[in-house]
Design a protein around this ligand. Structure first.
Ligand SMILES: *Cc1c(COP(=O)(O)O)cnc(C)c1O
Length: 379
């Protein structure tokens, strides 16, 4: 089955009981047991729920994994994955990961004895140099947020295997439509399914996928023990979103390409960050490991131009956090998503006060361009 067909017919594509083509929402918290102690397939809904399982099978299918796990949010999934490790273990983490992941690692898990070193994972020497005796895993994102930096996934998994380390990739920005890290040797993929997978800005969810049987067993244990599962209603909504990932991504890509071109040719724009930018350092790696460049674009206005006035002048493109929805969303990381990072550290990593991040939606391209043009005319 090819990818777009898998989105629709992959996983568990019909309800065994009734033939319903849309898997029903099973709200039951418990299941009748016909024989005492017979270990029935369904017993209690934290441990397993048929609607959630349909979603978990689907995400495993589209990430080319064996086992999928659905959680109440991105950080809930990431927390369960980090819980595979124990006090005293050391994890190398990308220095540009999602702020909430950084917070979970440094403000929560460190208190439980996990150790983290933040490294620019594009720099293989730096990654290798950070490996200690107690290092167990490398965790990173590619492309990153908001500067869309690209890490060579295969190069990292080769290095990790040499040192017997596990690798974990947050694949939220690329989506399985563009990139399948498990195929490149990664052990676990995590997602904020709130973004492109859900696709409609109407559900918060997290997913984890692996093709390693032992990790799958351990994650099932942790999902049940920690208990931060995704409920059946949200599982259903997410499956419904995933079915149209392919057709959405095609339009996301088309629109992103033309907005990228428009921004590069605009003399009010100083810099454009986009994995599909042929002049960017990550371009060749992106071309090698991604089937498409995604639809996240960050750009910097020329010095002195007012980023606040620009984003507030937009009429169609929503000024809002989050990304990956059908509607175009724009934000200023320095003031919104990345405000928690101290200014000097932020500037050092390239997130200037003028930087703007755009999640290109699936509206008509002409309307998006018109909106950008009128906002540029005001600054
Ligand atoms: C949004 C996001 C998360 C957090 O997940 P939620 O959906 O907000 O719970 C984690 N990683 C990345 C890359 C994200 O963009």
């Amino acid at each position: 089955m090819k990818f777009n067909t898998k989105l629709i017919h992959g996983g568990i594509s019909e309800d065994k009981e009734t033939g319903a083509v849309s898997i029903p929402i099973y709200r039951s918290s418990t299941f009748h047991q016909h024989k005492l102690g017979a270990e029935p397939k369904w017993e209690y809904a934290r441990t397993g729920n048929p609607t959630r399982q349909a979603l978990e099978t689907l995400i495993a299918d589209i990430e080319n994994g064996r086992s999928g796990f659905a959680f109440a949010s991105g950080p809930a999934a990431i927390h369960a994955v980090f819980s595979l490790f124990s006090a005293g273990d050391h994890i190398i983490i990308g220095n540009d990961v999602y702020g909430g992941t950084f917070r979970l690692a440094n403000k929560v898990l460190k208190r439980f004895g996990l150790e983290f070193t933040a490294v620019d994972t594009r720099d293989l020497d730096a990654v290798e140099g950070a490996i200690q005796k107690n290092t167990k895993a490398i965790y990173f994102e590619t492309p990153t947020n908001p500067l869309l930096k690209i890490t060579d996934i295969k190069a990292i998994t080769d290095l990790a295997k040499k040192h017997d380390l596990k690798t974990i990739v947050d694949n939220t920005f690329a989506t399985p439509y563009n990139q399948n890290p498990l195929d490149l040797g990664v052990d676990i993929v995590v997602h904020s399914a709130t973004k492109y997978l859900g696709g409609h800005s109407d559900v918060v969810a997290g997913l984890a996928v692996t093709n390693n049987q032992q990790i799958a067993k351990d994650l099932a244990f942790l999902q049940n023990s920690i208990g931060s599962i995704l409920g059946p209603d949200d599982s259903w909504l997410l499956m419904r979103g995933i079915k149209t990932l392919g057709i959405r991504m095609r339009v996301h890509h088309e629109n992103a390409q033309s907005i990228f071109k428009y921004l590069t040719e605009n003399n009010k724009v100083a810099k454009v960050y986009y994995p599909g930018n042929p002049n960017s350092t990550g371009y060749e790696i992106a071309k090698k490991q991604m089937r498409g460049f995604g639809a996240m674009i960050s750009f910097e206005l020329q010095p002195g131009l007012n980023a606040k006035k620009f984003v507030e002048s937009l009429q169609l493109i929503d000024l809002a956090e989050s990304l990956g929805g059908i509607e175009s969303l724009i934000e200023v990381p320095a003031i919104m998503t990345h405000a928690a990072i101290p200014r000097d550290i932020r500037l050092k990593s390239g997130i200037t006060d003028e930087l703007i991040r755009l999640s290109v939606g699936v509206e008509d391209e002409a309307d998006l361009l018109d909106d950008l043009k009128q906002a540029f005319a005001q600054i």
